[in-house]
Design a protein around this ligand. Structure first.
Ligand code: PML
Ligand code: MG
Length: 237
């Protein structure tokens, strides 16, 4: 028997819930209680601030509903400052065939406090998600092997998410800046690889977000969002 466990935490600021952290696992029954405790402890100790609200959700799942996907290959591009990092992102967008690169960069640099990602139509450069504040949140994924869960591993979690996301038929790229103020490494991803960029923001900055590059010729938006939100994916290395 397997279970999906999801954690999210938030803080109340001026009567508004501000997202702090989120994590999830797909685990065997025997690990359920152990993992629950670790995720709760992670929610209580986050660099974005102290949680006022923590949500832990457990769902029983069927093994046959899970698909297995191989993790994207990783390489790293070392840059000295964020401006150099943006140039790497710009080159990446150029390769994908996006003409108004500045528009995409601005969108990413203005993303703050979104729980999910922006879905950007690569032909019209329009945002496709219904809820612009929240974006689309990719969930229901984990690694095949249970790893260390006590401390957040930004790289590992992002690679898992990017692997699931780029496996969607119509998602042809992803750009991400971490929303964690202590974490300045971001990445871009294609269907073939995950490219880490060592600096995409200044330490201490709360900015951060994700953009999924959606090609409407490859699949419907409805199928794409449903896959991103609901399909159970286990990533192997
Ligand atoms: C996040 O904070 O959710 C994004 C983490 C990006 C990780 C980039 C990397 O180290 O490869
Ligand atoms: Mg985060």
């Amino acid at each position: 028997m397997k279970y999906s466990i999801k954690m999210r935490s938030s803080q109340k600021v001026n009567e508004k819930d501000i997202h702090l952290s989120g994590a999830e696992r797909i685990v065997d029954e025997k690990s359920l209680m152990f993992v629950l405790e670790k995720l709760a402890s992670r929610a209580l100790n986050h660099s974005r601030g102290e949680a006022d609200f923590i949500n832990l959700k457990i769902n029983k799942i069927k093994e046959e509903d899970i698909i297995r996907v191989k993790a994207l290959k990783t390489r790293t591009i070392k840059v000295d400052n964020k401006e150099e990092g943006y140039r790497v992102v710009a080159e990446f967008l150029n390769k994908i065939g996006i003409n108004n690169i500045q528009k995409v960069l601005n969108l990413l640099l203005n993303a703050i406090n979104m729980r999910g990602a922006i879905i950007l139509n690569i032909l019209s450069l329009e945002r496709m998600e219904d809820d612009w504040e929240k974006g689309v949140r990719v969930t229901n994924m984990d690694y095949e092997k249970e790893g260390d869960i006590e401390i957040k591993n930004h790289y590992k979690e992002a690679l898992c998410l990017a692997t699931k996301t780029l496996n969607a038929k119509a998602i042809v790229g992803e750009i991400c800046i971490s929303d964690d103020p202590d974490y300045v490494t971001g990445y871009v991803a294609t269907k073939n690889e995950y490219i880490r960029i060592t600096k995409l923001k200044d330490k201490g900055s709360f900015l951060g977000g994700r953009i999924f590059l959606y090609d409407p010729r490859l699949d419907t938006l409805e199928n794409t969002i449903s896959y991103l939100e609901n399909q159970l994916v286990v990533v192997y290395e």
